[in-house]
Ligand binder design. Structure first.
Ligand code: OXT
Ligand code: ADP
Ligand code: MG
Length: 582
């Protein structure tokens, strides 16, 4: 606090002139620093321009984006990567709304994040008298995040920031909104009193220990399994209990299925990994243990054909959120607690010997997996031009194998689903993608935060549509000289580039883009490296060069416009009109 105490002396009375003062700007910055915040992702403007400048002057890294949504996604993924809330700072009304999508996304994905937004004057907003960027932001944010707070007095800034941090990271993590009206920043108070008002959050995410009965129940159910399956979700990756999870999975001997962002928690090449036998293990397992994964749409809600109904299954679920239990099907053994504590408790109780799952189950999974891997292998080796997804991904798969600590960011439809299947991951929290909402637009925000928070090189594999949602941040990547290599899978459109206007008019079809677009030219305008790659060989050379040099690079990977399928692997979710004629 001493560093940032404002030396300004008020003009007023003689006694006053001796006092050292601080103000809202400094208190916000010091409250964040006191709690370990090192980076703020923002778009400057009234009333927070000076907050960003002063935070930078006080040693916080302040990354300025071109659009708040991307700054928000950067903050959201920072939460996932670090277990500390990522901070996004926006201007009032429109800037706030731009950041709000990312806050809702963080909440949906259980990532800790704080959206701090400047806001207009309460007195004018509440009487709806038309203030500059007028909006009742607190009311708008409330239904879309885990908690929302407003601070009106400088003396409450410390408490406000502390509450936001604790709300974001404790229990099930999520997004928190912190509303700071413009007037607050210039409020002054005695520096000593200001210093005392700050709060260092002690033990922000306390361990949640499962009950011994629940641990025993879970192990009893698991022991009774003839065909056990463990599903690892992004909650397990978030928990940073990597060694305990690996020890537990290996001791159980059960096949494990990683959800998309849990890939690499144990390597995809691990003998127990059943990622390449997904349908088989979902359908034929008899006991399923969920570790930090919800039975939502991505797991067909735990029922139906994909799960082999009418055969019954028993579920064990580890989750920090008690309300998650029985959300879709009955959970035979709920284990409520944090994943580190739960898995450690399970390991302790399993004893030295744990019976291996029946060999016929392990062998059945292995043969399905071998069959699928063998089927895919030749497709990955083609050198077609224009490329298809498999030819392009074949070389990128090798690049990640050779650089297992690189971060892979991925979005699109075909560009997402095929990358997920083809590219093996080897380390935890290296695969970052569209998450629970399947949202397009996370790409460049995630890539920027991944580079900044981890210091590792980033490979972003982007559908051409997906890239468009955050493409302007290529300038941000160049400005901060980040080691991000973006590969745009350019198939001229959403899913495919071959669709036609079914009304026969001159407008293009709704899902296609400019044919033969050159996304690589965009980055050249900002001083980065642009490459047009038309074959897997060219793609391989360009990506390797980018990963070696660490220079911001954008590769336009020319993909056959007819190679993709509608909505990638989730075409079944498209409603069909029985009346459609064309
Ligand atoms: O077991 P079986 O035999 O079934 O086989 C499975 C695995 O066992 C096997 N497998 C393997 N085989 C061999 N080797 C290996 N290593 C291996 N690994 C796996 O492969 C199969 C499939 O395995 P998978 O993938 O694990 O399983 P499956 O069945 O696919 O899993 C089901 C799901 C649901 C878990 C999975 O599919 C999944 O996670 N899906 C996520 C899908 C998703 O979120 N999609 C994004 C949204 S789509 C759509 O909404 C889009 N929009 C609209 C829009 C959005 N989203 N957001 C906003 C803000 N606005 C609009 C848009 C605009 S996508 C989109 C743009 C698309 O165009 P682009 O140009 O960007 O992209 P392109 O399509 O490339 O053109
Ligand atoms: P996926 O999409 O990978 O299946 P989900 O986002 O659906 O994963 O599920 C993640 C789950 O993990 C959420 O239900 C969340 O409550 C839980 N979770 C997050 N962090 C922890 C933790 N530290 N301990 C226990 N559960 C956690
Ligand atoms: Mg496309």
């Amino acid at each position: 606090m001493a560093d940032a105490a404002v030396k300004t002396k008020p003009e007023a009375g003689a006694g006053e002139a001796e006092r050292e003062l601080t103000d809202g700007f400094h208190l916000v910055i010091e409250a964040l620093k006191l709690n370990g915040v090192k980076t703020i992702y923002n778009v400057p403007g009234i009333p927070i321009t000076d907050l960003g400048r002063m935070a930078q002057a006080e040693g916080i890294r302040v990354i300025s984006f071109r659009h708040e949504q991307n700054a928000g996604y950067a903050a959201a993924i920072t939460g996932f990567l670090t277990k500390m809330p990522g901070i996004c700072l926006t201007v009032s009304a429109p800037g706030f709304l731009n950041g709000l999508t990312a806050l809702a996304h963080a909440t949906t994905n259980c990532f800790p994040m704080i959206l701090i937004s400047g806001s207009s004057e309460r007195e004018i907003v509440d009487l709806q008298q038309g203030d500059y960027e007028e909006m009742d932001q607190l009311a708008v944010a409330k239904p879309l995040c885990k908690a929302a707070y407003r601070v009106l007095h400088a003396a409450d800034i410390g408490i406000g920031v502390a509450r936001a941090i604790r709300a974001a990271v404790s229990g099930r993590p999520g997004g928190v909104y912190l509303d700071l009206p413009a007037k607050l920043f210039a409020q002054v108070m005695d520096a000593e009193a200001g210093k005392k008002s700050l709060v260092r959050v002690i033990d922000p995410a306390p361990a949640q220990i499962p009950s011994p009965e629940a641990v025993k129940r879970a192990l009893d159910v698991l022991k009774g399994a003839k065909r056990p399956l463990i599903i690892l979700g992004k909650g397990a990756a978030y928990a940073q209990a990597d060694d305990a999870i690996r020890a537990f999975v290996e001791k159980s001997g059960a096949p494990f299925l990683p959800m998309s962002m849990a890939k690499g928690l144990l390597p995809d090449t691990h003998p127990q990994c059943a990622g390449a036998a997904r349908s088989t293990v979902l359908k034929d397992s008899d006991v399923v243990m969920l570790i930090g994964a919800r039975l939502n749409w991505l797991l067909s809600h735990g029922k139906g054909k994909a799960w082999g109904e009418p055969y019954s299954k028993k579920f064990i679920q580890i989750d920090i959120e008690p309300k998650e239990m029985d959300s879709n099907v009955e959970i035979a053994a709920p284990l409520v607690g944090d994943i580190g504590s739960c898995v450690t408790a399970l390991l302790e109780r399993m004893g030295a010997q744990w019976p291996a799952p029946p060999a016929d189950w392990v062998n059945a999974v292995k043969s399905k997996k071998d069959e699928n891997i063998a089927k895919m292998a030749p497709r990955l080796m083609n050198n077609n031009s224009p490329m298809d997804y498999h030819g392009a991904l074949g070389v990128l798969r090798t690049i990640i194998k050779e650089r297992p600590d690189a971060i892979l960011v991925n979005e699109g439809a075909n560009a997402l689903d095929l990358t997920r299947g083809v590219i093996d991951m080897y380390q935890p929290r290296k695969r970052l993608d569209v998450g629970t909402w399947g949202v397009m637009g996370i790409g460049m925000g995630y890539a920027i935060a991944a580079a900044i928070e981890t210091g590792k090189p980033v490979l972003a594999i982007e559908g051409d549509s997906a890239f468009g949602f955050s493409g302007m941040e290529i300038e941000t990547i160049c400005r901060y000289k980040l080691p991000v290599c973006t590969v745009v899978f350019n198939n001229d459109g959403i899913y495919r580039g071959t669709d036609v206007n079914r009304g026969g008019g001159t407008d293009p079809a709704t899902t296609v883009f400019v044919k033969g677009a050159r996304y690589d030219k965009m980055i050249e305008g900002f001083g980065g490296v642009g490459v047009n790659a038309t074959t897997p060989d060219e793609l391989k050379r360009a990506v390797n060069a980018a990963m070696d040099s660490g220079k911001p690079t954008l590769i336009n990977a020319v993909i056959d416009p007819a190679a993709g399928s509608e909505s990638g692997r989730i075409g079944n979710l498209n409603p069909q009109s029985v009346l459609r004629k064309k």
